[in-house]
Design a protein around this ligand. Structure first.
Ligand code: SF4
Length: 336
């Protein structure tokens, strides 16, 4: 809408073309690293299930949630996944790829989220003191830049995302909608435990705009998996209090600080009096449904990355590049 496109249009190809025109050499989609996040987090979740801690594993890709937990509920930190967010996983891989290259690179992330600016500045996401992401711009800021550059977006011919991070699954795309990380993770957890793919639409109970959702799923070999999805920090606080009082028990919890997830993120275009998170989320669910690939573990780019470089989820190299550690999930003193 902001760029004269009908509401709900998938404009990824046009964005790639517009960014190339603005002088950006390579444009990747973090949906590929969302697939990678799912494989790492799913492996972590299956390990966590075997530990019987009595506490769920919490997702880690939302910096608003991480900051909230660090400040208000530090006792929860040991139960938060150590996975970096898709933005930080992709940038760690890009920096690794660039390390022997003489050309100086400047890595920019375009995000629906103002909190990602803070995330990129965290000391645990640096290499030799230099941040893996040099700058984060929000989707609103990108729109402003495209307009300022005089690009007539509606006439731009779409271009393909650059290699080697060009392929992604529908499971990676739904990260931006509340319930999307959980849905994608359950698809791959089912595969990891049973060796078979589930129906990709078997986990629809975690979708929808309700601020606190619960759903149990039977995974042969793992038993009943108790899940919850919260969005909005008010709902998150209530869920943590309920967990700590023992009135609810879960195995896996997805937390997003923004109501409706990143589709409702603070960096997204704002239309006075109109909440767009649900509509944007529905576009993502629609893209997943139409996708030829519905499982993160079937993404060929991610499979190649493991075969050629990372070996397997939670390998030493994966831990080094794609995870933080519990001690690193601490508020820097000067920002506390
Ligand atoms: Fe950022 Fe909000 Fe998404 Fe969290 S839910 S990553 S704060 S946009």
């Amino acid at each position: 809408k902001e760029l004269n496109m009908p509401e709900g249009t998938d404009v990824m190809g046009k964005l790639v073309a517009a960014m190339h025109r603005m002088g950006i050499d390579k444009v990747y989609d973090t949906s590929v690293s969302a697939d990678l996040t799912i494989l790492e987090e799913t492996a972590e979740f299956v390990e966590h299930l075997g530990k019987n801690t009595g506490m769920p594993l919490f997702t880690s890709c939302c910096p608003g949630w991480i900051q909230f937990a660090e400040k208000k509920h530090p006792e929860i930190m040991p139960y938060i996944s150590t996975c970096k967010s898709p933005m930080q996983m992709l940038s760690a891989l890009i920096v690794e790829q660039q390390k022997d290259c003489e050309k100086k690179h400047f890595n920019i992330a375009v995000m629906p989220c103002t909190g990602k600016k803070f995330e990129a500045a965290r000391s645990e996401f640096t290499h030799d003191g230099k941040p893996d992401v040099d700058a984060v711009i929000t989707t609103q800021e990108l729109i402003h830049m495209i307009r300022t550059a005089g690009i007539e977006f509606d006439t731009v011919i779409p271009e393909a995302i650059d290699a080697p991070f060009g392929m992604f699954s529908g499971a990676g795309v739904i990260f931006g909608a509340t319930g999307g990380v959980m849905d994608a993770a359950l698809r791959s957890a089912y595969y990891l435990v049973t060796g078979k793919n589930p129906d990709p639409d078997a986990f629809t109970a975690v979708r929808g705009m309700q601020g606190w959702k619960e759903a149990n799923f039977d995974i042969p070999g793992a038993g009943t998996v108790r899940t919850a999805v919260v969005s909005g920090l008010g709902n998150t606080r209530k869920l943590l209090e309920a967990l700590q009082s023992g009135s609810v028990q879960y195995d896996f919890v997805e937390v997003m600080a923004c109501p409706g997830g990143c589709a409702g993120g603070g960096g997204q275009p704002i239309h006075d009096g109109v909440e767009c998170a649900e509509q944007r989320g529905n576009v993502l669910w629609g893209l997943d449904k139409k996708s030829a690939l519905r499982f993160s573990h079937e993404n060929p780019d991610v499979q190649a990355l493991y075969t050629e470089f990372l070996e397997k989820p939670l390998s030493k190299r994966s831990h080094h590049l794609l995870h933080t550690d519990i001690d690193a999930w601490q508020m820097p003193q000067n920002l506390g």
